[in-house]
Structure formats: structure tokens, C-alpha cells
Design a protein. Structure first.
Length: 242
């Protein structure tokens, strides 16, 4: 009597393995956000108020907000950069810019994109600090920075929508890509609007606004574009070697 030996396993398509890795990353981040949201609900509400209102007041993003406030702020900034990295990776992958990657190469690519975005973000923070130190009163710059951090945090939450969409729509990426771009430009618009509202009252403020628009909204995008071109060429070269 022959014993049934079961079915022969079929290896998953490499693209499916990459999808599973990306899905696991997003779900892990979402679970972490859920726990942090539950433990810091008041900070979350204050963050939303910072986006909507222009009234100077003590809030989450003050240095006196305590360790919980600092941790919440840093997590929200990390979440925004991480989801942006996954969105850019998914857009590039579904459009054929980077293809035939294994799960390890996909993790490396996402980490590399995140590193570029993080360095880009830190470069902008340095520019913000130098401009604020030279041209703005300390209290004005501090108030503006609170609003900026709050806007970035809310932008990071909105990024869950196009990122999850990109994970499930396959090659049909036009709608989530448009949504991703809308959220990005909306984020920049709100930051520019608040910058003008906060610093427009005097000549020094107008000079600050002019320098801000040149150094923070135009020049960094050139650096980011060049960085993405370098990333694309680097990943394609690595893929060819493998």
C-alpha cells in the first residue's frame, strides 16, 4: 500500500515575497502607531490643533512637553519618512524602475531610500536652524518649528492611504501616485502659508520668507532629485551584478 507523501511545494514568485515583506513592514508600523496613539491621545489632539490654528501657546511640541511629547514627535516624524520611503519604493517598483528584486534587496532598497530622505530632512533642519538663528526672533522660530513638526506628523498619517493602496492595486498606480503627490504639495503649501503668516509683519520677516522659499522649497528639491537619480542608478547596477 502506497503512503500519501503530500504535495510538492511550489516556491512563491519573488515579487510575492517582496510584497509580503513590504506588507509586514507597514502592518508593524501601523500597530506601533496604534499603541502610541492610544497612549498619547492628548498629544495627538494638540498636534492637530497646531496644524489648524496660529495661536501661540504651550503645547506638545514645547521642550517642556516632557519625554512622552518628545518621543511622540520623533515617532511621527519617523513614521512620515518611513512611509514616504515605502511609497517611493512601491511606485518605482510597479513602474519597472527597480524590478526583479529579492526580499533582501527590497529591504536594502527601502532602507537606502529612507537614509536619503533622512539625510535630506536633516539638511533641511540645518537650513531652518541657520535661517531662524540669523533672521528670526528665537520665540518666533520656536513657534514656527512647532507648527512645522505638527504638519509633518499629520502628513505622515495621511501617507497610510496611498501606501496601503499601492500595496493592493498592483500595476495600476496612477490614483495612489496622484494622491501621494497631492498630500505632499498640500503639506508644503500649509508650511509655506504658516511661514508667511508668522514672519510677514516686518522687513526682516520678508527677507526670511524670501530666503526660506529659495533655500527650503527650491534648492533642496534639486538635491533630492539628484539623490533619487543616484539611487536609481545604484540599485539598477546592483541588480545587474546579481
Amino acid at each position: 500500500m502506497d503512503m500519501f507523501e503530500g504535495y510538492v511545494g511550489i516556491r512563491l514568485w519573488d515579487g510575492q515575497l517582496v510584497d509580503d515583506v513590504v506588507f509586514a513592514l507597514v502592518v508593524s508600523l501601523l500597530v506601533a502607531f496604534a499603541f502610541i496613539f492610544r497612549a498619547n491621545f492628548q498629544h495627538f489632539v494638540k498636534m492637530l490643533k497646531d496644524v489648524v490654528y496660529l495661536k501661540e501657546r504651550q503645547n506638545l511640541f514645547d521642550d517642556t512637553a516632557g519625554k512622552n511629547g518628545v518621543f511622540f514627535r520623533n515617532f511621527m516624524l519617523f513614521q512620515a519618512l518611513f512611509l514616504c520611503s515605502i511609497a517611493l519604493f512601491a511606485i518605482a517598483r510597479t513602474n519597472g524602475a527597480i524590478s526583479h528584486l529579492g526580499e533582501n534587496a527590497a529591504l536594502f532598497s527601502i532602507a537606502f531610500i529612507f537614509l536619503i530622505l533622512f539625510l535630506f530632512f536633516q539638511f533641511k533642519q540645518l537650513c531652518y536652524y541657520l535661517l531662524g538663528f540669523v533672521f528670526a526672533a528665537p520665540e518666533k522660530y520656536k513657534f514656527w518649528k512647532k507648527n512645522y513638526n505638527a504638519i509633518m506628523g499629520v502628513w505622515g498619517i495621511l501617507l497610510y492611504i496611498p501606501v496601503v493602496w499601492l500595496m493592493f492595486v498592483g500595476n495600476i498606480t496612477l490614483a495612489p501616485v496622484i494622491m501621494f503627490c497631492i498630500f505632499y504639495f498640500l503639506c508644503r503649501f500649509v508650511i509655506i502659508y504658516k511661514t508667511i503668516r508668522i514672519f510677514h509683519k516686518n522687513n526682516v520677516g520678508l527677507l526670511y520668507i524670501s530666503l526660506y522659499l529659495c533655500t527650503q522649497e527650491i534648492l533642496p528639491l534639486i538635491f533630492l532629485y539628484e539623490g533619487m537619480i543616484f539611487l536609481y542608478n545604484f540599485i539598477e547596477t546592483s541588480t545587474l551584478w546579481h
